[in-house]
Design a protein around this ligand. Structure first.
Ligand code: TYD
Length: 394
């Protein structure tokens, strides 16, 4: 029987990170975004991966420190790691602009960041950052130069790496005997619940369930011993691993509780993905209807937060500049550019102008932060359009 089952075809998509300098560039790169379920490992992944160098390069636009919510979450996590594990050394895989790793100045703190523009930022402030992809070779170099590492942390990065077996084995190799690996990535359960199909794009090669993580780390030397549920990125898992050889390991009961819950939900069976596929196709129809109705009434619509996620929604639903006048965004590297594939201008964030009554919530994962910030807009009757969990005007 076939091991890989395709359950959703989201059509042609550009590189989400490829914010354009020109409205209609020549030769924009597109790939087919299709989703598959792996029957044996229970992994959910893109059917075909995009070459990493096309996505992670010196033009990489995302700045992890752009959000107050995330900056605070990283600070709190850093404090909790210091108290719980008392590490003498820490390494972050995918250190971005240093928003997390900068909190560990008193111990050996290292970063791995293949986007050279970002690695430069952290190297400049004295955080030794390896500007390369996380591979066996990099792991060996790091251990050779720094010894084994007590805590390895990686948020929203492991799901971007294609070769998971090498990735986890290299982490196991790099960890000290009592070391801890902490992985943080969007939760597949939450994606299915929220129908947030926009968690799938070129970079997100995988969206993990705990069941799949358990299966794919078998044989890598690592074992899950704790899990925390997070609100970030629309619902994420923070998963704690130790070496299976560690005699002192204590496995929290939340691990089996999560596995049981996922099985009961049907996460390990293709049926739930076929249902999700149907829901996503309905979501598309309903979102397009909302935009078309507003346009019929000559409403101006803007976008709020030119997220990578929104690229999936806009390209899947064919919502281009005819529907959305422009996006407002706070990220300097996106401002003045155009959204990939749909070519909508991105303007520097400012107060939402008075002639705008509808804003598509590209950054729905920061809904609370944004609604707090836009109190005035909401007070004057301004509305947001969100496709999560189902398309509606809020
Ligand atoms: P992010 O959450 O990283 O989502 P993705 O990984 O899908 O890109 O991106 C959030 C984007 O939203 C980022 O470009 C900054 C922008 N943003 C604003 O413009 N204003 C805000 O108040 C917030 C919270 C985010």
């Amino acid at each position: 029987m076939k091991n890989k089952i395709q359950f959703l075809n989201l059509g042609k998509h550009p590189i989400t990170n490829n914010f354009l300098n020109k409205k209609n560039p020549k030769n924009e790169y597109f790939y087919n975004l299709k989703l598959i379920f792996h029957k044996s490992s229970k992994l959910v992944s893109l059917a075909k991966f995009v070459p990493p160098k096309k996505m992670f390069n010196e033009k990489y636009a995302h700045r992890a420190s752009a959000s107050k919510t995330m900056s605070l979450a990283y600070l709190n996590l850093a404090e909790s790691i210091k108290t719980r594990f008392k590490p003498k050394s820490i390494l972050e895989i995918g250190s971005n602009d240093g928003v997390f790793i900068k909190h560990f100045k008193k111990i050996k703190n290292l970063g791995v960041e293949p986007c050279k523009n970002l690695a430069k930022i952290t190297n400049k402030v004295g955080i030794k950052t390896y500007d390369e992809f996380w591979t066996n070779k990099t792991a060996k170099k790091i251990v050779r130069q720094n010894g084994k590492i007590d805590v390895i942390y990686s948020a929203n990065t492991i799901s971007h790496i294609h070769n998971l077996n090498e990735t986890f084995k290299a982490i196991n190799y790099t960890l000290s005997d009592n070391g801890v690996f902490i992985l943080e990535d969007p939760s597949l359960v939450e994606v299915l619940k929220n129908k947030s199909y926009d968690q799938f794009y070129d970079e997100h090669s995988y969206v993990f369930s705990i069941s799949a993580l358990k299966n794919i780390t078998k044989g890598t030397g690592l074992i899950i011993f704790d899990i925390e549920k997070l609100k970030t990125h629309g619902g994420s898992n923070r998963v704690y691993f130790k070496k299976i050889s560690n005699k002192k390991i204590r496995i929290s009961k939340v691990v089996s509780e999560n596995l049981i819950k996922e099985t009961k939900l049907g996460i390990n069976n293709i049926k739930i993905y076929n249902k999700f596929s149907k829901e996503v196709r309905n979501s598309k129809k309903r979102l397009i209807k909302i935009f078309k109705n507003l346009k019929k009434n000559k409403e101006k619509i803007i976008g709020y937060g030119a997220t990578y996620k929104s690229s999936t929604v806009l390209n899947f639903c064919n919502l281009d500049n005819k529907y959305i006048d422009y996006f407002l965004d706070t990220t300097p590297t996106k401002i003045g550019k155009f959204t990939p594939g749909t070519h909508i201008p991105i303007l520097k964030y400012k107060k939402i102008p008075d002639d705008i009554n509808y804003a598509f919530l590209g950054a729905w994962n920061f809904k609370d932060e944004i609604f707090k910030k836009e109190k005035q807009y909401i007070k004057r009757g301004g509305k947001f359009i969100s496709h999560v969990p189902s398309p509606k005007i809020i």
